[in-house]
Design a protein around this ligand. Structure first.
Ligand code: ATP
Length: 367
């Protein structure tokens, strides 16, 4: 079993900087877990501690049920694929893939078998005699993965492996890595700052900020049930809109209000919002939950807000409207047939069932 368990793991660098702050995480056998967060949040540090390339200041890391804090990287039964692939330029693809096994004194026929099998899985059999400089970015990436596969490790660690590829290749490699995960039946821990990569590949996403885990969940739950404003704003493109507002009670209902805006709160949310009546709140709504009134099927006075259009961005399948509502900049992802024009007013309909309410002090999601 190749589960990986982190218990209260902390990393303080020699200069005193605390990069990872008491994080706990359970990665199950054969799970694809993505560590996601902005630059500097401690993702790579966490991955390097799992790999054994960085000492753990406090806490324990277990791989397959065994504490590995003091186990050498080479004895951890893991393979790491780096951002820059770190291929040896003077060696052929075959030699690059065979190198680790040679070092470990594997018999030649076994090396040959493993390299050829990995090359077959990755579709790079015809490239085995080439040098890295004779390969495209995507092919190099595959060789780097191949070098990890031949070792048949329990756990694969990936550090932003797609960040050097162009957008089209990234999409293709995403699908390939996902397929590979299925075929290899391996545990994968994958670091990225790209939320689309995380959403499309992960069984479980771990969102980090400032060395602290903000939320752990499957892609569905981090998108629909973000636990705080940071996660809500980090997952989803364009990002969730936030409007500084107030919660009031009127005509037996709760309402989110700002200067001109007055939006009804569905009854199902009322119990959780009692403590916030007559208080400031942060109202959150995703661009895809805002409609141009001309194309909305359920527009009422109670879910419609007037905004001022700043910019209209047609994307083909949809159009982004950048608008201002009571001094707050918002983005709506609307029907491409919209007739919205910069400098004019627009009626926007909110799907109120999809609203989020955040406490302005703790920034916690209160729904
Ligand atoms: P990125 O996406 O930019 O790679 P990251 O989330 O992987 O970011 P880390 O590389 O883990 O972040 O770094 C976390 C923090 O620790 C950063 O603020 C970084 O500057 C700091 N840090 C990294 N290495 C060291 C070091 N050797 N000494 C001191 N601080 C370091």
């Amino acid at each position: 079993m190749a589960n990986v368990n982190l218990k209260n793991v902390t990393k303080v660098y020699p200069n005193g900087f605390k990069a990872v702050k008491s994080i706990s995480l359970d990665v199950l056998d054969q799970e694809f877990v993505v560590l996601l967060g902005p630059s500097g949040c401690g993702k790579t540090t966490t991955l390097r501690m799992i790999a054994g390339l960085e000492e753990i200041t406090e806490g324990t890391i277990e791989i397959g049920g065994k504490i590995v804090n003091d186990v050498e990287p080479k004895d951890r039964d893991i393979a790491m694929v780096f951002q820059n692939y770190a291929l040896y330029p003077h060696m052929t693809v075959y030699e690059n893939m065979a190198f680790g096994l040679k070092l470990r004194k594997f018999p030649k026929p076994e090396i040959d078998k493993r390299v050829k099998e990995a090359a077959r899985i990755l579709g790079i059999e015809s490239l085995l005699d080439r040098k890295p400089k004779q390969l495209s970015g995507g092919q190099r990436q595959r060789v780097a993965v191949g070098r990890a596969i031949v070792r048949n490790p329990k756990v694969f660690l990936f550090d932003e492996p797609l960040s050097n590829l162009d957008a089209k290749l990234r999409v293709q490699m995403r699908a390939e890595l996902k397929r590979l995960h299925k075929n290899l039946q391996a545990t994968i821990i994958y670091v990225t700052h790209d939320q689309v990569e995380a959403m499309t590949m992960a069984d479980k996403i771990v969102i980090m900020k400032d060395g602290i885990i903000q939320q752990i969940g499957d892609p569905y739950s981090v998108y629909f049930d973000p636990q705080n404003k940071f996660v809500a704003g980090f997952i989803g493109t364009p990002a969730m809109n936030f409007i500084n507002a107030k919660l009031i009670s009127d005509k037996g209902k709760l309402w989110v209000t700002a200067e001109t805006m007055k939006i009804i709160v569905p009854d199902k949310f009322a119990p959780k919002l009692e403590p916030y009546i007559d208080k400031d709140i942060i109202f959150g709504i995703r661009p895809e939950n805002i409609y141009d009134k001309m194309f909305a099927v359920n527009a009422t006075e109670e879910n419609t807000v007037t905004g001022m259009v700043d910019v209209v961005e047609p994307l083909g399948s949809e159009t982004l409207i950048h608008a201002t509502i009571d001094g707050n900049d918002i983005v709506a992802k609307v029907d491409p047939k919209t007739r919205a024009q910069a400098g004019t007013k627009i009626d926007l309909v909110f799907d109120v069932a999809m609203m989020h309410i955040f406490d302005p002090e703790t920034e916690k999601n209160v729904l």
